[in-house]
Write a protein that binds this ligand. Structure first.
Ligand SMILES: NC(=O)c1ccc[n+]([C@@H]2O[C@H](COP(=O)([O-])OP(=O)(O)OC[C@H]3O[C@@H](n4cnc5c(N)ncnc54)[C@H](O)[C@@H]3O)[C@@H](O)[C@H]2O)c1
Length: 378
């Protein structure tokens, strides 16, 4: 029986931790979303080793193993190039894919310099296709709800915010340094965790006016051994164009932290709090609720967002089931493919990724110069 559904054929570049995550998302879309209006499939994979790519293709059902990214982009049967390589490699692949008329899904951060970011934003505008960023935290259900509440004006004028993304991974002396610990490969915690945190504040509260950055490397060496030349913690104070001020922390020196992302946004009439370690809940304080002796009705309420995605999501697994990090990657991928299938531009776009890159670069320059800097336009 032939299907009238649109086929979307994806070429996956890189099959490390995120390549696997993206392949998982695509393979499992039919379980999570019913009906699914298109038929998406990973049709090819490419890594640094053709032999490993062949083994992955066979083991995970990833279609064809390509010798290199150029041959994948040149293949007319591939519709979407999905980029899961180290940060410094994103730029060339994004540009080549857009030039070849492919849709592009790019892992964060978009690239490693503002010049590259501007070139990509220009290329996206003139390409006739569009791209998307994997800022997957936007797709956690409590963050979708937070965006709704802010857009509905339930927080009123935004006053202040904190966002911290913390890991403990730079506190392990025995861990071999890799590309994420090497500045020349686009490593460093600001690019890595900082891009997510900056994007969340940009997404929920709007554009940035000025930033001041402070960068920290606590373990340049571990004993005799080289460890890193890239920031292990980065602290930003920022003022937004809406007037709100706050802090953004990206930190891999957080002993005891696993994947700790926390966010608070305070407005004149309400506030929200969220933690990735409690992905079921958005905490919402509504200042308009009546207060009285012994509390009245005031106080934070805990909204059960969990797996309650809008249709056609939300039914599997049951909304009662606890959700995890993988679920927001699935929702992010689903939303991107919906946009490709219907020809509607996706948010976060590559241009959104470029704007985040500008903020990261201004924060880094500010840390180097020891002074606050205006962010300006892309
Ligand atoms: N959104 C998230 O939740 C999240 C989490 C972790 C990492 N990331 C991002 O995902 C990207 C990949 O990170 P990772 O942790 O999967 O890295 P990784 O080191 O685990 O995997 C990188 C992959 O890229 C391949 N690769 C390297 N050079 C290549 C080339 N020239 N051509 C083809 N393939 C090549 C490697 O063979 C490997 O398969 C990074 O940009 C990172 O910032 C995102």
């Amino acid at each position: 029986m032939s299907s009238s559904k649109k086929n979307l054929r994806i070429g996956l570049v890189g099959f490390g931790s995120m390549g696997r995550t993206h392949a998982y998302a695509v393979h499992n879309l039919p379980y999570y979303y019913h009906p699914l209006l298109y038929c998406a499939k990973v049709a090819g994979v490419c890594t640094t080793s053709a032999e490993r790519s062949r083994a992955y293709a066979e083991q995970y059902g990833l279609g064809r193993a390509y010798e290199n990214v150029e041959s994948m982009i040149a293949d007319e049967t591939i519709d979407i190039i999905d980029i899961c390589t180290p940060n410094e490699l994103h730029f060339d692949t994004v540009l080549a894919a857009l030039k070849a008329g492919k849709y592009v899904l790019c892992e964060k951060p978009l690239c490693v310099t503002t010049e590259q970011a501007r070139a990509i934003a220009d290329a996206e505008k003139s390409s006739g296709v569009f791209g998307g960023m994997v800022f997957n935290n936007r797709f956690m259900a409590p963050i979708l709800r937070a965006k709704l509440l802010i857009d509905q004006g339930r927080l009123g004028r935004l006053l202040s915010f904190h966002c911290a993304y913390e890991h403990n991974s730079s506190t392990f002396a025995e861990k071999e340094p890799g590309w994420k610990q090497t500045a020349a490969h686009g490593g460093g915690v600001l690019n890595d965790l900082g891009s997510h945190a900056v994007d969340l504040i940009y997404h929920l509260c709007g554009e940035f006016d000025c930033v001041q950055g402070l960068s920290q490397i606590a373990f340049a060496q571990h004993g005799e051994r080289w460890q890193t030349d890239a920031d292990e913690a980065f602290y930003i104070t920022a003022q937004l164009k809406c007037g709100a001020c706050g802090t953004i922390v990206a930190n891999k020196l957080a002993t005891g932290a696993n994947d700790d992302l926390s966010l608070s946004i305070f407005g004149e009439t309400g506030s929200i709090k969220y933690s990735l370690n409690e992905p079921e809940w958005l905490y919402f304080y509504d200042r308009t609720r009546p207060t009285a002796p012994i509390g009245g009705e005031s106080g934070y309420i805990r909204i059960e967002c969990g797996g309650r995605y809008p249709a056609p999501g939300g039914a599997f697994p049951s909304p009662k089931a606890t959700v995890g990090w993988l679920r927001c990657h699935v929702e992010s991928y689903f939303t991107f493919l919906n946009c490709v299938a219907s020809g509607t531009p996706f948010t976060p776009s590559l241009t959104d990724g470029a704007y985040v890159q500008l903020i990261l670069e201004r924060a880094r320059s500010s840390a180097a110069q020891g002074m606050q800097l205006k962010v300006g336009a892309l």
